[in-house]
Design a protein around this ligand. Structure first.
Ligand SMILES: Cc1ncc(COP(=O)(O)O)c(C=O)c1O
Ligand SMILES: N[C@@H](CCOP(=O)(O)O)C(=O)O
Length: 462
C-alpha cells in the first residue's frame, strides 16, 4: 500500500513513512493510493468480534509491511487496554432509532484517544526499530493536545510540543496538557485561536531546514494514521446495528473534518452508510460551503463547544481531492486561493461533496437546549460538541434508517457549559479527581513562527 499527497507533488511513501512524516512536502495530506474494499461477507463476519479484532481486520490492508500481524495485534491490544469500557466504543440508545456512540472512555475522555493511543504504540515500535528520534509538534483546540501528551509522555525517542490557543480551551483540557511532569512534554499557549496554531504547525512543516533539523513529526489529523484509526468505530457501531444487511446514518460533530472523513473512508471501503452528516457549531464554514460552495473564512467566534471553533478545516482538503477527481493540481490551486482569502468549489465538485456529505449547524442556544432536553428525556448528559451532533442528527435523520451520533467528549471536560445548560455538574472520573490540585507548567508564546521555532530548537538540543 502506497500513500500519495492531495497536492500531487510529494514523494510517494509507505504507511510507516507517511505516519512518521505527517504533512507531505508539497504541503498536502497523505492518502492511500487506493482504498481497500471489504466484501459484504467480510463485513458481516465482524459481527460479534471484539473492538480489537475489528480494528485489526479493518486497518490491516492499509499498513502494508509496517508491522507483522502479530506485532500489529499486540499494538492494538496495548492501545485499547486502558479504556474504561469493555466495548471501547459503546452505543447508547436515545430513542427507537437514534443512537449515541460514546467515544469518551479513553484516558483523556475524548474520541482522540482512539487514534492517539494507537499511534503512540506504532511510533514507539517503529522508532525503537530504527533508532530514530522525532519532535512532535501539534496544534489543538483542546482534545488532540491532551490525547497526544497522554500517548507520548515519557517516551525516550520523542519530544512533544503542543500549541493551544491561550484562554480558549476549557480548564480541564488545559490542565490535562499543563500538569504532566515528564520532561519530554511541552505545553505552549499561543496568542491567537486554533487556526493560528494549526497554521504555524503547517508553516514549520513547510520550513524544510527546521523540519529536517529537529526531525519534525505530526500527530494532528494531517497524519493519515490518525484518520485510519477512527474508521474502525464506524464499522463496530454499524455492524452492531445490522450492517451490512441494512444501512446506517452517522452525524459527526465536526471541526477539522478528520472524524467525518474517517466515516467517508468507511463508506468507500464498503460499509453501507446512508447519510454522513457534518454537524457544525456557530463556526459553520463547512455547512455554508456544503450548502453554497463558498469557502471563505470570516473569523472564529468562541463557542461553548470550543474544540470545534475552527474555520480552516484541515481534512476538508482530503474530501476536495476526491470531489475533484483526485486532481492534485486543482487542490493545490484551491489551497493557494485559501491563503489569499478563500475559494469557491466548482459545480461538479460541489455535487460530488453533497453526494458524500449532508450538513447542518447548531447555535449556542440550541446546543444548551439539546443538553437539557437530552438529559431530561434520556438521562444522558451530553458534552456541548455531542449536543451539536444530536441536534443536527434530529433534523437530518430519515425514517427507517438508524442514526448514530458520535459523542466525541465526556461532559466532565466542559463542566461549566454543561452545568449552565442542565443544572447538573458532571464529575471527573475518580482517577482524575486531583486534576485541579496538580501544578501547571506552560510557556506562553506569541503567534510568531521564528520565535516558536527557536524555542523548539533550544529545547530539543539534547
Ligand atoms: C470534542 C470534539 N468534538 C468534535 C471535534 C471535531 O472533530 P474533527 O476535528 O475531527 O472534525 C473535536 C476536535 O477535533 C473535538 O475535540
Ligand atoms: N478539535 C481538535 C482540533 C485538532 O484536530 P485534529 O483532529 O486535526 O488533531 C482538537 O481538539 O485539538
Amino acid at each position: 500500500m502506497k500513500y500519495i499527497s492531495t497536492r500531487g507533488a510529494a514523494p510517494v511513501l509507505s504507511f510507516e513513512e507517511a505516519m512518521l512524516t505527517g504533512l507531505a512536502r508539497d504541503g498536502g495530506l497523505y492518502l492511500p493510493q487506493s482504498i481497500p474494499h471489504m466484501s459484504f461477507a467480510e463485513i458481516a463476519a465482524l459481527d460479534g468480534q471484539s473492538y480489537e479484532e475489528v480494528a485489526f481486520r479493518v486497518m490491516r490492508p492499509f499498513i502494508g509491511d509496517a508491522f507483522t500481524d502479530d506485532e500489529f495485534r499486540e499494538i492494538i491490544a496495548r492501545a485499547y487496554a486502558g479504556f474504561g469500557h469493555v466495548a471501547r466504543a459503546p452505543l447508547k440508545q436515545l430513542d427507537s432509532a437514534h443512537f449515541l456512540l460514546e467515544l469518551f472512555h479513553g484516558p483523556t475522555l475524548a474520541f482522540k484517544d482512539f487514534a492517539m493511543q494507537l499511534i503512540g504504540q506504532m511510533f514507539e515500535a517503529s522508532l525503537k526499530r530504527s533508532g530514530r528520534r522525532v519532535c512532535i509538534v501539534g496544534a489543538t483546540s483542546g482534545d488532540t493536545g491532551s490525547a497526544a501528551i497522554e500517548a507520548f509522555r515519557g517516551l525516550d525517542a520523542v519530544d512533544v510540543f503542543i500549541l493551544y490557543p491561550h484562554g480558549r480551551v476549557s480548564e480541564v483540557q488545559r490542565r490535562q496538557m499543563t500538569t504532566p511532569t515528564e520532561s519530554n512534554v511541552h505545553a505552549l499557549a499561543i496568542d491567537g485561536h486554533f487556526d493560528d496554531a494549526q497554521a504555524r504547525v503547517k508553516d514549520m512543516f513547510n520550513d524544510f531546514e527546521f523540519r529536517d533539523a529537529v526531525g519534525l513529526a505530526g500527530v494532528n489529523s494531517i497524519n493519515w494514521a490518525r484518520v485510519l484509526a477512527q474508521v474502525v468505530y464506524y464499522f463496530t457501531s454499524a455492524v452492531s446495528l445490522g450492517a451490512p444487511h441494512r444501512a446506517v446514518s452517522f452525524t459527526v460533530p465536526t471541526g477539522n473534518f478528520g472524524d467525518v472523513f474517517a466515516g467517508y473512508v468507511a463508506r468507500r471501503m464498503g460499509l453501507p452508510i446512508d447519510r454522513l452528516v457534518v454537524a457544525t457549531n456557530q463556526n459553520d464554514i463547512l455547512h455554508r460551503c456544503l450548502s453554497g460552495g463558498a469557502y471563505v473564512p470570516d473569523g472564529v467566534i468562541p463557542s461553548i463547544s470550543p474544540s470545534m471553533d475552527i474555520q480552516v478545516s484541515s481534512n476538508f482538503e482530503r474530501a476536495l481531492f476526491y470531489a475533484y477527481g483526485e486532481d492534485g493540481a486543482a487542490v493545490a490551486q484551491l489551497m493557494d486561493e485559501l491563503k489569499a482569502g478563500g475559494f469557491h468549489v466548482s459545480q461538479g465538485a460541489l455535487e460530488a461533496l453533497r453526494e458524500a456529505f449532508a450538513s447542518g449547524r447548531c447555535d449556542e442556544e440550541e446546543t444548551r437546549a439539546t443538553i437539557l432536553q437530552t438529559w431530561a428525556g434520556t438521562g444522558e448528559l451530553l458534552c456541548p460538541h455531542s449536543a451539536v451532533g444530536v441536534k443536527v442528527a434530529e433534523e437530518m435523520r430519515r425514517p427507517d434508517v438508524p442514526m448514530v451520533t458520535l459523542a466525541t467528549a465526556h461532559p466532565a471536560k466542559f463542566p461549566a457549559a454543561v452545568e449552565e445548560a442542565s443544572g447538573v455538574h458532571p464529575p471527573l472520573p475518580e482517577r482524575m479527581s486531583d486534576l485541579y490540585e496538580r501544578s501547571e507548567r506552560v510557556t506562553r508564546v506569541a503567534n510568531d513562527l521564528a520565535a516558536i521555532e527557536t524555542l523548539i530548537k533550544e529545547r530539543t538540543a539534547h
